[in-house]
Write a protein that binds this ligand. Structure first.
Ligand code: GDP
Ligand code: MG
Length: 758
């Protein structure tokens, strides 16, 4: 099969184009550095199927960052049949810099002038024919966003792939062209492929090339001694870069015709927005308010806080199934209305199933397994799908509009002082979706220690799977204790997670994970209206992922949980009332004392194991925490036996009522689940992405210690406010110890089992 590679600057629209061509749903984000690994898909509308490869975004083919190395090696070694060079037409000159390097490789290249819609909207125009003549490469105007020009692009790319192209360079007029020529001849003599490209890189004294061709490199070094440019001295890399830019502005730039006034106005609009949104003082409060609005829309049961102003019985659906769906005390937010509607549907399904099984005289244990175990667990978690999707929709809008990149920018300004770059915050923000891609995204960080520290704190950015834990428990607290708004609690927990992440990452960067703060020039992408298709793709992806997980891992886990909670060690079937003698209870009781300082251990008496086992099942998938409650809800209550599967919030209410757990303990439970070892998939990813066994082991220790300390702090301070002083003293002592240890004033040995092999 033919292979076409998509190459271009970060944020130029490669992934958008890739998704369009291949029907994939790869992540498109409005910030640089989202694609860190190559992705493949098939385009079917050419005379033969074509493999399309989405490469990481790059500004040049010099191997400075992992992205550049991946992209460069792909083009040189895999020899694609055509390189489609995506050029962001709103930023023509800078994007063509990469083009001038691609020209130096013996590979067919087609220029896709992307974002032509934005160019035209700004009142500008680009003369594609002129550019085509000047570059000698086919040029097609496209909009990956709108899907225009794509057939034409692929037709020309296919045509180009049928005949080989000879490399050429725009450096003909450069003072170094003779040296380049000499190197090229030398390399050709050694039968090196793409001699021109390698010759130019050799002249730039590119590290990889010098290593690969030491003889030719010596010639360059010799020449360097006698050479002196007026401006750049003998920095050949700068001389070459300058040569490219000069050529671009002399020959290519005229293809762009500015519509003057209008395009200038456009700039100031975005500038004006940035003046507010990235303001030194207001930037962070604005972010916090926006974040709160997101939770309010998703989770609030007192939408817009107008509950108090509503007349009693403002909506009269009393007696109908819809009672309470749209709100009781206040109006429900859209997220809660959707949740309630789905909850209605799922509970009538489980009622129907229970009724049918009862009527059919199915064995008692089988009824329990199906209704309580499987449906109870599944529905407890499934009912949160609308809220998860809504939250994702909002995050996608924030990201796609370009706002999230601003957040990274604001944070970069502050945290640079603590040895962190804004770059590290992009994977962290991605962690709100799922830790797995977020951890992979840390490959954009060049400093290894920054990367380790970032991977460690990514799980603290509460992912979609943890949302049910937050909402179900927050909802349970509101219903059972009548305090607070569920959205405020949830929001508070997200902010707690972010705070823990920031504090621990700063701590690591100033102690065990010290390192360089690489220069990071944050490029603010253009604001634009989020693309509907893109948003729907994101959501659809999420639905698929969620449903697949629900019917595999989560279902399997709930079945196991049901069995071990309904059978004794002697493999005897237990009735609901005997659940405390079950295998599950026994296992939980074994470890429950460990959780007493967190508020959900032995102090809950005979139910002390319940929250503990739920947290442990979360190590497989975080959805399991609430699914486990759903499975157990029918039995965890003295005397009361539910004959239907309960929804997520109801199960938690049931748990609270039966166990007598306190509010601080419930908050501590959320905090523990949010900061402890993430799900199995995230752990496996961390293992793959971390540089060695030792750093992986230390990461596990870090997660356990952090979650334990955070949850214990929350519980004790929440229960007895004065313990805050004890904690402050303790935390100060811990930090001092770490600092002393790092200064070498303190020595202790790391246990051998943690060390592993590097
Ligand atoms: P990549 O980093 O090169 O893979 O770029 P992405 O595909 O992630 O796109 C970056 C941003 O540019 C996203 O917000 C896209 O929605 C936006 N974008 C992509 N193509 C176009 C286009 O043709 N026109 C406009 N206006 N925006 C686009
Ligand atoms: Mg991309």
């Amino acid at each position: 099969m033919k292979k076409f590679a998509l190459a271009g600057n970060p944020n130029s629209g490669k992934t958008t184009l890739f998704n369009y061509l291949t029907g994939s749903t790869a992540h498109v984000g409005n910030w640089p550095g989202v694609t860190v690994d190559k992705k493949e898909g098939v385009y079917k509308k050419c005379p033969e199927p074509v493999n399309i490869i989405d490469l990481p975004g790059i500004y040049s083919l010099s191997p400075y960052t992992p992205e550049e190395i991946i992209s460069r090696n792909y083009i040189l070694d895999e020899k694609p049949d055509c390189v489609i060079n995506i050029v962001d037409a709103t930023n023509l000159e800078r994007n063509l810099y990469l083009t001038t390097q691609l020209m130096e490789i013996d590979v067919p290249v087609v220029i896709a002038l992307n974002m032509i819609d934005a160019v035209e909207k700004a009142g500008d125009a680009i003369d594609a024919e002129k550019l085509e003549k000047k570059t000698g490469l086919p040029v097609v105007k496209i909009s990956a966003l709108k899907g225009t020009g794509l057939d034409e692009l692929m037709k020309r790319a296919y045509a180009a792939s049928l005949k080989p192209r000879k490399a050429f360079t725009v450096l003909e007029g450069s003072s170094l062209i003779h040296l380049i020529g000499d190197c090229r001849i030398a390399l050709e003599g050694q039968k090196v492929d793409n001699a021109l490209f390698h010759a130019v890189k050799l002249v730039e004294l590119d590290e990889l090339e010098v290593k690969a061709h030491p003889d030719a490199a010596r010639t360059v070094e010799e020449f360097k001694k006698t050479f002196k440019d007026d401006v750049f001295g003998n920095d050949f890399e700068a001389v070459v870069a300058d040569g490219r830019y000069k050529y671009i502005s002399a020959n290519y730039s005229s293809a762009l015709r500015r519509g003057s006034a209008k395009s200038k106005d456009k700039l100031t609009k975005s500038d004006r927005a940035d003046r507010v949104l990235t303001h030194k003082v207001w930037g962070i409060p604005i972010f916090l308010v926006i974040l709160f609005a997101v939770f309010h829309l998703t989770i609030s049961e007192n939408f817009l806080f107008i509950g108090a102003a509503l007349p009693e019985g403002w909506v009269s659906l009393e007696g109908t199934a819809f009672e309470g769906v749209f709100g009781a005390g206040g109006i429900n937010s859209p997220g809660v209305i959707l949740f309630n509607l789905l909850d209605l549907a799922t509970s009538s399904i489980s009622d129907a199933v229970a009724g049918a099984m009862e009527a059919g005289n199915v064995a008692q244990w089988a009824q329990g397994l199906v209704v309580d175990g499987m449906l109870g667990g599944l529905f407890a978690i499934l009912s949160f799908l609308p809220q998860i999707l809504l939250l994702f929709l909002f995050f996608s809008i924030l990201e796609d509009s370009g706002y999230m990149a601003r957040v990274a920018f604001i944070l970069d300004r502050i945290f640079r002082k603590f040895g962190l770059t804004g770059r590290a915050f992009m994977p962290m923000i991605m962690g709100f979706g799922c830790s797995v891609p977020a951890m992979i995204n840390t490959r954009t960080l060049s400093d290894e220690n920054e990367r380790i520290a970032t991977i460690r704190v990514i799980p603290f950015f509460s992912c979609g799977a943890k949302l049910p834990i937050l909402t179900a428990i927050a909802g349970g607290i509101v219903m059972q204790f009548g305090i607070g708004n569920a959205d405020l609690i949830t929001y508070g927990m997200y902010v707690l997670g972010i705070t823990v992440a920031i504090v621990t990452v700063i701590l690591m960067r100033s102690t065990t994970m010290r390192g360089e703060v690489p220069p990071f020039i944050m490029e603010l992408p253009a604001y634009h209206a989020p693309q509907f298709r893109n948003l729907m793709l994101h959501l659809w992806d999420k639905v698929k992922h969620f449903v697949k997980k629900a019917f595999t891992i989560i279902l399997a886990s709930t079945i196991v949980i049901w069995f071990i909670s309904h059978f004794s060690w002697g493999w005897q079937y237990l009735s609901d009332e005997e659940i405390n003698s079950s295998i599950l209870a026994g296992l939980g009781q074994l470890v429950q004392p460990l959780f007493t300082p967190l508020g959900f251990g032995s102090q809950l008496g005979s139910w002390g194991w319940v929250f503990v086992v739920a947290a442990i099942t979360g190590l497989i998938a975080k959805e399991n925490v609430i699914a486990t409650f759903g499975t157990l809800a029918a039995c965890i209550t003295s005397g009361f036996v539910a004959d239907e599967a309960l929804g997520g919030v109801d199960s938690v209410v049931q748990m609270i009522a039966a166990t007598g757990i306190t509010v601080p303990a419930l908050i501590a439970f959320i905090a523990f689940n949010m900061t402890t070892i993430p799900c199995f998939a995230a752990v496996a990813t961390a293992k793959a992405e971390l540089p060695g066994k030792k750093s992986f082991n230390m990461t596990l220790v870090f997660w356990i210690v952090t979650s334990y300390l955070v949850a214990a702090t929350v519980y004790t301070v929440g229960s007895w406010w004065w313990t805050v002083f004890i904690w402050l003293a303790l935390w100060a002592a811990v930090i001092t110890l770490i600092v002393l240890y790092n200064k070498g004033k303190l020595k202790f040995t790391v246990p051998a089992f943690l060390k592993g092999k590097k």
